[in-house]
Ligand binder design. Structure first.
Ligand SMILES: O=C(CO)COP(=O)(O)O
Length: 248
């Protein structure tokens, strides 16, 4: 059975003082042998978060695939390594939609992170239009094949895949437990087709999209859901503490 991994994604929120206050409140609660809890934080909060973290894991929210160069505003894997970052969200739908991330660039990011011993949290998911057109399976299959192209089977134990239907992100309209489980099982089946059963069993799969204290338990009860990637409900310490208390 896979360990759980529940991670908040703060997106573009919180300054250093708010980050410190969050960790002071939440970190002590995150001590468990069932798996991992953590948060993805803006680059500007990474050092504060890493300094405060004893039980929570800390993730970056993006990274560039080159080690250095003329990429104004970007941050490289060596820069994350220097801080001691061990997890990094890549390919979030907001980055794909607003900042030009593609399966090809996300694949380069994944390879660079794995080579540095940093766990990628790879986001995939369909739009509402794709869902309505019955294209969810095609989208998931295409994104996984593109984003994880040429990554060897033995690396999948070091990869987390977050299935986040775009129509459920930030809308309060979370996917039903049945849809979430069916799609996370589809993710696992596609990985099996790509690189075999052992890798499919090892890869951890999160559901994301309006997860909150009121629905986390039913998601975590599903066979193919190993965790969650949580936006809004991870910003308030009390809310994230409730999610931890209900699942650890
Ligand atoms: O984008 C998400 C996590 O990466 C989900 O955001 P919400 O939990 O606010 O829907």
């Amino acid at each position: 059975m896979r360990d759980i991994i529940i991670v908040g994604n703060w997106k573009m929120n919180k300054n250093n003082a708010e980050t410190k206050a969050f960790f002071e409140a939440v970190d002590p609660v995150a001590k468990t042998n069932k798996g991992l809890y953590g948060v993805g934080v803006p680059f500007t909060d990474l050092k504060t978060a890493l300094d405060e973290a004893k039980n929570l894991i800390v993730a970056a929210e993006n990274v560039h695939f080159e080690d250095s160069g003329a990429f104004t505003g970007e941050v490289s894997v060596p820069m994350l390594e220097e801080l001691g970052v061990k997890y990094c969200i890549i390919g979030h739908s907001e980055r794909r939609q607003m900042f030009g991330d593609t399966d090809e660039t996300v694949n380069k990011k994944a390879k660079k992170l794995l080579a540095a011993g940093i766990t990628p949290i790879l986001c995939i998911g369909e739009t509402e239009a794709e869902y309505d057109a019955g294209k969810t399976k095609d989208v998931i299959t295409s994104q996984l094949n593109g984003s994880l192209k040429d990554i060897p089977a033995e690396e999948y134990k070091n990869i987390v895949i977050a299935y986040e239907p775009i129509w459920a992100i930030g809308t309060g309209k979370s996917a039903s437990v049945e849809i979430a489980e069916n799609c996370c099982k589809l993710v696992r089946d596609v990985v099996k087709d790509m690189v075999g059963e052992e890798a499919a069993d090892a890869v951890r799969i999160q559901y994301g999209g309006s997860v909150k204290p009121g629905n986390i338990v039913e998601y975590m009860a599903q066979e193919d859901i190993d965790g969650a990637l949580i936006g809004g409900a991870s910003l308030k310490p009390d809310s994230f503490i409730e999610i931890i208390e209900k699942t650890k």
